[in-house]
Design a protein around this ligand. Structure first.
Ligand SMILES: [Fe+2]
Length: 397
């Protein structure tokens, strides 16, 4: 049917927002609301159609439920008015089929007075309202306007919810990025702290970085989660941070330490732990600093923990630490080979080291340790201590 819009500039209740009701859209278009009228009685159908058209609505008519479904497949409507009792099936079936395809489409049921029970039932099944025949023009227009207002409110709320979800997604991504940047800044700060320790304790130069890389490689081979590896890596890197508090004459003493000096030296675990445990993102790593000198058989310090009482990160670290100690120069001896280190670690499996960690360690070829060592010793400026991707997962048999 043709449109018969009233004079331009006059507010028209039949005008509806397009489905895109985003008020930020610059070319916010308006069009007359589209209404489908379904009734198998031609006089009723055209009477409703004419009344609505005169009000400025864009109306289409259907003489049966089947025709209505065909029209709905090709066109978008803002409202459907349907008779309940029709020759080719009732309006309730049509209502359910329409809602199966377009759950948001408001439907007003039109019915004779003796069908009121059915009309009420149709509302339970999702109809927006019903009209009892015969009805007044004002009653028809009032019901139609309410249904259209309802649809518009639903669309606006849906669009608001969608834009809210978009905002939440964008903010979450910004937050994630900020957290990542922050974490990266933390790690750079940690590296500076490690460098400071290396300056104080020149004997271990590069030790922190190597032992961290070895620990990461071993933890990956043991299928530790990436999140947990980050915690372990920071603990490995800072394991000797407590040595900052040890007097230089003990820390740098060339000969053997006296029992009293050894006592002072052993305090470095607790001192490091106390330095780090109050820093939220290092509190878990602090546990590894505290327990890094414990032995599997309980002969370590400071608490003589045994087996699984020792955090897994500290058990992994212990192997990595010995690996680096044996293969690095010391003032009193030259560095020994990775094969020697393997023998020594195997010899101490079950006493100093967790046998489960040693078993995985022995499966990793020397090439990986050599590669990591030369990369760090080669002063590769781009080497990032905490970058997990940097340490390749070891090729296991
Ligand atoms: Fe230590």
């Amino acid at each position: 049917m043709a449109l018969s819009l009233p004079g331009l500039g006059v507010p028209n209740p039949a005008l509806s927002l397009l489905a895109d009701s985003d008020s930020r859209t610059p070319a916010r278009l308006r069009r007359p609301a589209r209404i489908l009228v379904v009734d198998d009685e031609a006089p009723v159908r055209s009477m409703i159609g004419i009344t609505l058209e005169r009000q400025g609505y864009d109306v289409q008519l259907a003489a049966s439920g089947r025709e209505a479904m065909e029209i709905l497949e090709q066109n978008v409507f803002d409202l459907v008015l349907t008779d309940i009792v029709m020759q080719d099936g009732n309006g309730i079936t049509l209502l359910e089929r329409m809602h199966g395809q377009q759950p948001q489409l408001p439907v007003v049921m039109v019915t004779a007075i003796h069908d009121i029970g059915v009309a009420i039932d149709s509302m339970r099944r999702g109809a927006y309202d019903y009209l009892l025949k015969p009805f007044e023009r004002e009653h028809l227009l009032g019901t139609v306007q309410r249904a259209l207002d309802h649809r518009q409110a639903m669309q606006e709320s849906q669009s608001y919810q969608q834009s809210l979800e978009q905002v939440v997604r964008a903010r979450t991504e910004m937050l994630r990025q900020a957290m990542e940047d922050l974490e990266h800044s933390y790690d750079i700060t940690l590296e500076a702290l490690g460098d400071a320790l290396d300056l104080k304790d020149s004997e271990t130069e590069g030790h922190s970085k190597r032992v961290t890389a070895y620990t990461i490689a071993l933890a990956r081979a043991m299928s530790v989660s990436p999140e947990q590896i980050k915690v372990i890596a920071r603990g490995a890197f800072l394991h000797d941070i407590g040595k900052m508090a040890i007097p230089d004459d003990i820390l740098r003493k060339p000969g053997k330490l006296s029992p009293e000096e050894q006592e002072v030296m052993r305090e470095h675990c607790a001192r490091g732990y106390n330095m780090l445990r109050k820093i939220p993102f290092l509190s878990e790593s602090a546990e590894i600093v505290y327990t890094h000198q414990e032995h599997h058989d309980g002969s370590g310090y400071p608490n003589g923990l045994r087996g699984s009482e020792i955090p897994i990160g500290a058990r992994i670290f212990a192997v990595a630490d010995t690996l680096d100690a044996i293969t690095s120069d010391r003032p009193y001896r030259k560095a020994r080979s990775f094969d020697v280190a393997r023998q020594e670690i195997l010899r101490c499996s079950g006493t100093q080291f967790d046998p489960g960690v040693v078993e995985v360690f022995l499966k990793i070829p020397n090439e990986l340790w050599n590669e990591l060592r030369s990369e760090i010793t080669g002063q590769n400026k781009r080497y990032s201590t905490f970058d997990l991707a940097h340490v390749p997962p070891p090729p296991l048999p």
